[in-house]
Structures are given as C-alpha cells and as structure tokens.
Design a protein around this ligand. Structure first.
Ligand SMILES: Cc1cc2nc3c(=O)[nH]c(=O)nc-3n(C[C@H](O)[C@H](O)[C@H](O)COP(=O)(O)OP(=O)(O)OC[C@H]3O[C@@H](n4cnc5c(N)ncnc54)[C@H](O)[C@@H]3O)c2cc1C
Length: 564
C-alpha cells in the first residue's frame, strides 16, 4: 500500500507520497577506529613502535573514523581556499582564506605530533614510526592538508645545515601548537614550513631555476641575508611561516629560508598571483608566487642548494609513500565495508567468489604498501641511510604509481555509489595520482634509483642486507631476490641508454621484491603466499582480481583486511 504523509510547511499544505522503501543500501562507514580495524598497521606498531604510543594512536584512529572528522574532510574539500590578493583599500594582502574545517584538520594533525616532532626525539625512540603510523591514520581522512604537514616534517633535515636557523625554526616546526596567524617566527610557539623549487621552465630539472639571490649586507632575517627576485610556479600551503627555496647566486644554485613575515613584523614581498585549479588535493592551496627583492636567509653554502634541499626532498618522498599507502587503505576499507553490506543476485557481495578475489587482491596490495612505508620509517629511526638511499626512491616510484589503478578498482567495487562524491571514493580517486608527481615524478625517481645503483655501492649493499632477512623463507622469493640483485648490479655497469630503457622494470622489481620480503617475514602466510605467487611469478594478470587463489584463501584475506 502506498504510504502518504500530510504535512504543512509554513502556510503550504503538502501531501508526500512515499513510493518505495530504501533497502540494500550500505550504512555510512563512520565511528570506527581507523587503526584498530587495520591488523597490518596494528602489527607494525607492535613490532616496530613503542608500547607507550599505542593508546594515543588508537585515540587518533577513533578521531579519524568519527563522523565529525569526516564532515571536516568533506567541508574542506568542497570549500577550497580563496585567494585575497588585495585589501579593500588597494594594498596587497596576499592572503589565503581557508574553510574552518581545514584549520580543524591541520590543528589535529599538529596537535598529534605529525609535523617535525620526531626529529627532536632521541635516536632509537621510534618517534618516526609513531609519526608514520599517525600520518597513515590521519591521511585517510583528507589528504590536502597533509601537504603542509609533510613539508613541515621534512624541512628539519635540511634546516640542520645551519645550526642557528635550525635553533630558530625546528622547535616551532616540531611544536604541537597550531598557530595559523602570520607573525615573525621568533614570536610564535608553532610554525609551518613549505618549499619552493618548481618554476615555470623547470620542476624536475632544478638547474633551470631562474630566481636570483643577491647577497645583502644586513636585513630583517637571521644569518646570511639575501634578496630573491623571481617566481615559483608551484608553491603549496602559501600561508606557511617559511619556505625552503632555491635561487641562483654568484656561487651557483643555493638554498634559502624565505619567511612570510620579517623579523621587524612587516610582510616579506611574496605576491600570490593565483591559486592552481587542481584535479584533487583541493583543500590545499597551491600558489604561483612572485618574489621581488624578497628576503631570505642562506641555508648551507652557495652552490650547494641541491645538496641542501635534497634532505627535505628525501623526507617528503617518504611521506609520498605513506600518503599513498593511506589512500590505498582508505579505498580498500570502503570497498570491503560496502561488499559486506550490499547484496546482488541474492548474495551479499563479499560472498560472491569473483568479488572476493578482487577484494583480496586489493587488500594484499594495500598491506604491501603499508608494510613497506612502515619499514622505511623504522629505517629513519634507526638511521639506516644506505638502505634508505635506494629504497625510498624505489618505494616512491612503485607505491605511488600503484595507487591510481588500485583506487579505481576499489571505486568500482561500490558500483554506481562509488562514483558519487558523498561516498568518499571520488576524492580518493582525484588524489591518487598526485604523490607520483610530487617530489620527482615516476621517471625522475627511477633515474634516481639508477644514480644510487651506479654511484653508491653502499646503497646496493643496504638493499642486499635488507633482502637477506627473508632468505630461506620461500624458494620463489629467494629466486626473485637473486634476479633483482643481479639486475641491480648489471644496471650499475650498463651503458646509460640501456640502463634508462630498463629503469622502470628494475625499480618495479626492487620495490616488489622488497614488499614480498617484508610480507614473507611479517604477514600471515595466506597474504604473503598470494603476493609472492602473483607478483613474483608469471601468474599475475593485468587487472586486479586475477590472483590465482581459492575462495577460502580470498575470504581469509578479506576478513583480515578490515576488522570492522
Ligand atoms: C598539487 C601540486 C602541488 C605542488 N606543490 C609544490 C610545492 O609546494 N613546491 C614545489 O616546489 N613544487 C610543487 N609542485 C610541483 C611538483 O613537485 C612538480 O610538478 C614535479 O616535481 C614535476 O616537475 P614539473 O611539473 O616541472 O615536470 P617536468 O620536470 O617537466 O617533468 C615532466 C615529465 O617528464 C619526466 N621527466 C623529467 N625529466 C626526465 C628525464 N630526464 N627522463 C625521462 N623523463 C623525465 C617527469 O618524470 C614527468 O613525467 C606541486 C605540484 C602539484 C601538482
């Protein structure tokens, strides 16, 4: 029987006819512990983290999974930042206004020590592991505000090239206080940092930088003062307190700390020309900046700019891996949740054999990404620089590249609902390609791996040592490790053209072999077996869901994937 409801709204009478009841729709995925429902991450914390950090991380996981936080994410994404170039009176303002939800997200990230705090903890304290877990948890909420979080985390190793500048900046970048107002950094308890490398004529090739820096006798910035003139084509989070920037000096390409506010309280010239209209990452402002005699403090020696800023780049590359692992995790969680609640053809989707194998394949990919990212964070804590040199670039190449196809498949698991904004997958889909572009696009990272292979024997030794931990666990894995290490050593002495032509294959094999070695050591055998059999053998198809496994094994993997 048709149900009729009679209501009066204002002075109008309405007769509402309900033609149907809503069934077989999936309850919203909210009010859950993002950490507690992720067994691979829980195990990583138990294995590589500190017990004392566990409760705080679960609290962050609950906040991340709450309906309130998800609302912040939606609001921040749907209400992008707005540029105010001028004041009503005509003077330049160069301010960006953010939706309050963006500030709530960033404040929570800072308050949970996701910026530079680990660098201020004693070596061995597992502070980078704790922060990496927190970053993976919190990035699942919304990725755009993660950009200033990452850059603020990453600036410290570069700032340490100058002890005085480090003394001024690092405690503030490491603070848990969020102070978005622009003031002289010395007057603040908490600060954020960005970076300005990319220019119109060159991003990967920073030698093409045209911004010039002239030494100035004295100025309203600490240390060796210079004035910078030029432009930056991508400068994200422009309301940060300072930026590490490259500019040409008489001695060559040099790194600078460029503050937004000078020591005397006046604004540094920093003309925001426009904000980029981006595919995704919409809550984050990415600006074009004109520098016109802008003050900067030299960081490191003249001519050593790349050497200085590369320490920041290495740390942001780690965050690209962690951020992509988070995006994958958020996608797989939503896919599994949906499949557990939605029925088709009389059976809940998760029990349809073909859907199960798709979900299992996605879950294995996600676990491999999480494990590799966490292992790299542990290596930062343990100062394993030889291992990190090659492994971060390889992981950045592979994990970030896998994210886009992986999210697309997860989106399809939700059918038409996956394509609708309110279900969260479109935001993840738009975000998915970004980490692969940032901080060296795929080819640039592949070339960096080649550089490490051919010039830094210790980096190859570091890889060999890491892989050796998994020797004897699986004969196919042993064979893959032999093949990969032989290919790495062959690339070291190959002709440059030949080496480049094979670079993507080589880097893919390094990353996948590393992932397999980690899964073999630390994950349930059904997960490791599925990964090894499909990714290391010749049984991998060209789409997700082609892994050769039985229904029970697939079911066990999906069961583990989301303990919700
Ligand atoms: C949303 C967003 C925010 C950003 N924020 C910032 C920021 O805050 N600060 C900042 O400095 N930059 C920022 N960037 C810029 C980003 O880091 C660069 O876009 C990136 O490093 C690539 O540089 P490019 O765009 O100049 O591309 P190019 O250097 O022109 O590269 C184009 C393509 O060529 C490939 N390529 C380059 N060299 C070679 C080679 N030798 N062999 C083979 N292939 C090659 C690359 O892999 C890439 O695929 C941002 C970008 C985006 C999209």
């Amino acid at each position: 029987m048709t149900r009729v409801t009679e209501v009066t709204i204002g002075t109008r009478y309405h007769r509402l006819v309900a033609t149907h009841a809503v069934t077989n729709q999936v309850p919203p995925l909210e009010d859950y512990d993002v950490l507690g429902t992720d067994p691979a991450l829980v195990e990583a914390v138990a294995r590589w983290g500190e017990r004392a950090d566990v409760d705080g991380l679960h609290a962050l996981g609950l906040t991340a999974g709450s309906a309130t936080t998800q609302r912040w994410a939606d609001d921040a994404d749907r209400n992008p930042p707005r540029l105010r170039t001028h004041r009503p009176t005509g003077e330049r303002a160069d301010d960006v206004d953010y939706h309050p939800a963006y500030h709530s997200l960033l404040r929570t990230a800072v308050a949970n020590g996701l910026t530079a705090e680990p660098w201020t903890r004693p070596p061995g304290s597992r502070a980078h592991v704790r922060r990496a877990v927190g970053f993976v948890i919190w990035s699942q909420v919304e990725a755009g505000h993660g950009c200033p979080v990452s850059m603020t985390y990453a600036a410290t190793p570069a700032l340490r090239h100058d002890p005085d500048l480090a003394a001024l900046w690092v405690p503030r970048l490491a603070s848990r206080e969020y102070e978005p107002e622009l003031r002289p950094v010395g007057d603040k308890d908490g600060a954020l940092c960005g970076m300005g490398m990319t220019e119109k004529q060159g991003g990967s090739d920073v030698r093409a930088t045209t911004t010039r820096a002239e030494p100035a006798a004295d100025g309203p910035v600490p240390g060796a003062a210079y004035r910078l003139t030029g432009h930056k084509w991508f400068c994200s989070a422009p309301m940060s307190d300072g930026f590490l920037m490259l500019a040409q000096t008489p001695g060559g390409l040099t790194c600078f700390v460029v503050p937004r506010v000078l020591d005397d309280g006046t604004r540094n010239p920093f003309a925001l020309q426009r904000l980029k209209d981006k595919l995704g990452n919409r809550s984050n402002a990415s600006s074009e900046v004109e520098l016109d005699g802008s003050w900067g403090s030299r960081l490191g020696e003249e001519g050593r700019g790349v050497r200085t800023i590369i320490d920041m780049v290495a740390a942001t590359r780690l965050d690209c891996v962690l951020g992509s692992a988070a995006t994958m995790r958020a996608a797989v969680t939503r896919a599994v949740h949906h499949a557990r609640h939605r029925s088709a053809f009389g059976t809940v989707l998760v029990d349809q054999p073909l859907m199960r194998v798709v979900l299992a394949d996605l879950a294995v990919e996600s676990e491999a990404a999480t494990l590799l990212g966490m292992r790299l964070a542990l290596a930062v804590d343990d100062q394993e620089s030889a291992f990190l040199r090659l492994a971060v670039a390889a992981a950045k190449f592979w994990v970030c590249k896998r994210t886009a196809p992986m999210v697309a498949e997860a989106l399809e698991c939700l059918g038409g609902n996956g394509y609708v904004e309110e279900n969260g997958l479109p935001r993840l889909y738009r975000e998915a390609p970004l980490n692969s572009i940032w901080e060296g696009a795929g080819n640039v990272n592949a070339l960096d791996v080649l550089r490490a292979v051919s010039r830094e024997p210790l980096a190859v030794e570091g890889l060999d040592k890491e892989l050796s931990q998994a020797r004897g666990l699986d004969r196919r894995l042993d064979a893959a490790m032999d093949r990969t290490l032989a290919a790495v050593r062959a690339a070291a002495s190959a002709e440059p053209v030949e080496a480049q032509l094979g670079a993507r294959r080589l880097v893919q094999d390094v990353a996948v072999t590393l992932q397999a070695a980690l899964l073999a050591q630390h994950s349930p055998s059904v997960v490791a077996e599925t990964f090894v059999q499909s990714r290391l053998g010749d049984q991998d198809g060209r789409v997700f869901g082609t892994v050769p496994i039985g229904a029970d094994a697939a079911g066990a993997i999906v069961e583990r994937a989301f303990a919700g």
